[in-house]
Design a protein around this ligand. Structure first.
Ligand code: R5P
Length: 292
């Protein structure tokens, strides 16, 4: 039997399988039956290594269900092995890493306690919304980035004089990193989000550099699509050519893909941290490097 076991959580089956091949681990699948009241009943099929167990489970919608499943798998793994690594490719709740408005609960603090309490010895995330999120964990943690994998994909596309754009100042470093790897320039727009309604506005007035160029809008995640739609509408007014989107986590809630395309985006390319139509970039190799 292999020294390492990978447990494939239901939300990350394909990524877990790819990872297990890369790190030569035995793959243990989880069968999930969701009761009428929403409870998850999980059954593992296969033998687990006593040496090291890796759980792969992204926390995308249904967020709380996938979270409880991740914690349950960690807890089960801890009964067998003292080394339990939780790979959470998309970390739900990562945007709730600080108290933006008085009285808000910092849910990442709660998650820090829950993962430790369940028995994880280390947590690995991919492009977590902000590193502040991981500061709430007292166990070992590591964040890896999908940017080199996304860039590799974009290098195969024939783009006209491409320019990298961040839809907001918060994503400036991400766009800078992408542009460096892609060997292009970058621009970060100014976005304002109403903290109560969640609505976004682009505050930047003019960006002369975008005219007649293909653009790559880089973001960590797309949820409602509001940020990408507003940025695309603005960039189209600035007479750019095509707009492509590169993001790690494509949640694409409430028909976001259709609305983004309607706003003028040619293509969305995302990583397989969340499975879906746009998730064409595999990050298993990047995660494997963080484990070995
Ligand atoms: C915000 O700071 C994030 O980096 C994303 O831009 C944002 O969470 C995307 O959300 P939505 O698609 O709902 O605008």
């Amino acid at each position: 039997m292999s020294k390492i076991s990978v447990i494939a959580g239901k939300s990350s089956e394909d990524l877990a399988r790819k990872l297990s091949i890369k790190i030569k681990a035995n793959l243990v699948k989880s069968e999930v039956r969701v009761f009428a009241d929403g409870e998850s009943k999980i059954t593992l099929s296969g033998k687990l290594s006593k040496r090291k167990i890796i759980i792969v489970q992204s926390i995308y919608p249904p967020v709380d269900t996938n979270l409880v499943q991740a914690l349950s798998l960690i807890s089960k793994a801890k009964e067998i092995s003292s080394e339990v690594i939780a790979v959470i490719p998309y970390m739900g709740y990562a945007r709730q890493d600080r108290e933006f408005l008085p009285g808000e609960v910092v849910t990442m603090k709660v998650l820090g306690k829950l993962f430790k309490g369940a028995g994880a010895s280390k947590i690995i995330t991919v492009d977590i919304h902000s590193m502040i999120g991981l500061k709430h964990f007292t166990i070992k943690s590591k964040n890896v980035t999908a940017i080199p994998d996304l860039v590799k994909y974009f290098k195969k596309l024939s783009l006209k004089n491409p320019l990298v754009i961040s839809p907001d100042q918060g994503g400036k470093d991400r766009a800078k990193e992408f542009a460096k790897e892609f060997e292009s320039e970058y621009v970060a727009l100014e976005k304002k989000r109403d903290r109560k309604t969640g609505k976004v506005q682009i505050k930047t007035k003019n960006v002369d550099e975008v005219a007649n160029r293909d653009l790559i809008l880089v973001d960590d995640m797309i949820s409602t699509g509001g940020s990408i739609i507003k940025a695309t509408q603005f960039l189209k007014k600035q007479k750019c050519k095509r707009v492509f989107v590169a993001c790690t986590h494509a949640l694409l809630m409430n028909n976001a893909e259709k609305r983004i395309r309607k706003a003028g985006v040619t293509r969305i390319i995302s990583a397989n941290t969340i499975p879906g139509k746009t998730s064409v970039v595999d990050v298993s190799n990047t995660i494997a490097k963080a484990i070995i």
